[in-house]
Design a protein around this ligand. Structure first.
Ligand SMILES: [Zn+2]
Ligand SMILES: [Zn+2]
Length: 277
């Protein structure tokens, strides 16, 4: 039986011919339901109408995205290491062609996901690629819409998925929001894969932080200070966002810290807007 998929966020649900009235991910205040109402598609329709593209971002890092764009339109990132490959975040389509390409690139050892907006078709991906573990933070357990024995909930702030590939829980956008640190990225200077935990600004230098990006709800200064504080132990030259072309390719950690200073000043009542009032 095909798996129901929400057309707005791309989340797959339990196999049924009667999906729920509303997608819980979209009904949450961080996402939205369009005035035209909830719409569903399914995994068979996606496989018939879409394909996945592969693009190398740097040696050992591949972006996988649906074409044409579907739902939120994020990319998944395949981190390839001598100890195995990790898929960071997920997309709604997994088809035979994608599985064959990933097998040719060395297969998949694990899936790790930043937060519920990118849980997407994680169970279908895991099942198609040999039942690999899906690492999710325990704090976001309530947002899993299709359960599986392959899901591994973890707690605390840090877990190493493979040598040099570390998931760090920062919170913020969601209680369990995470980033993935890849120590060998950027020629050994380190890369941070950030999901929606941070977003890369249009200048591809600065970043920002939100509870809801589509609904323009910021995070407090305290939460952003805690978030960047959790990343203090990690070096990273580059920072890769969830959308094609959105990356900070040089001095990413310093740019993030400077961005956080600007953000905190703006939202804490010490900025220009408050002086004018
Ligand atoms: Zn949805
Ligand atoms: Zn999100």
């Amino acid at each position: 039986m095909p798996v129901p998929v929400c057309t707005l966020c791309g989340t797959e649900y339990e196999e049924t011919d009667q999906p729920p009235d509303l997608c819980a991910i979209c009904a949450d205040d961080r996402q939205y339901v369009l005035p035209s109402g909830q719409k569903w598609t399914n995994s068979e329709a996606l496989a018939a109408g879409y394909a996945n593209t592969f693009r190398e971002l740097e040696p050992g890092l591949m972006a996988i995205a649906m074409a044409p764009k579907f739902a939120i339109g994020q990319q998944a990132l395949l981190v390839m290491t001598p100890a195995g490959n990790v898929l960071w975040d997920c997309i709604p389509l997994i088809d035979e062609a994608t599985a064959r390409i990933i097998e040719a690139l060395g297969g998949l050892s694990a899936i790790a996901i930043s937060h519920p907006h990118y849980y997407s078709a994680m169970v279908s991906w895991s099942e198609t690629l040999g039942g690999v573990p899906v690492h999710l933070h325990e704090d976001d357990r309530a947002w899993v819409m299709r359960d599986s024995d392959n899901i591994r909930f973890w707690s605390g702030d840090v877990t190493e998925i493979l040598p040099g590939v570390t998931m760090v829980r920062t919170g913020g956008h969601f209680a369990g929001s995470c980033v993935l640190h890849w120590a060998d990225g950027a020629d050994g200077r380190g890369a941070m894969l950030c999901g929606d935990t941070l977003q890369v600004n249009p200048d591809c230098r600065r970043v920002s932080f939100m509870r809801s990006y589509p609904s323009y709800m910021p995070l407090s200064a305290r939460v952003v200070e805690r978030l960047v504080g959790r990343l203090a132990p990690y070096d990273f030259e580059r920072l890769y966002g969830p959308f094609a072309g959105k990356a900070v390719l040089a001095n990413a950690k310093a740019e993030m810290l400077r961005s956080a200073d600007i953000y905190v000043e703006a939202v804490s009542g010490r900025g220009e807007a408050d002086r004018e009032a």
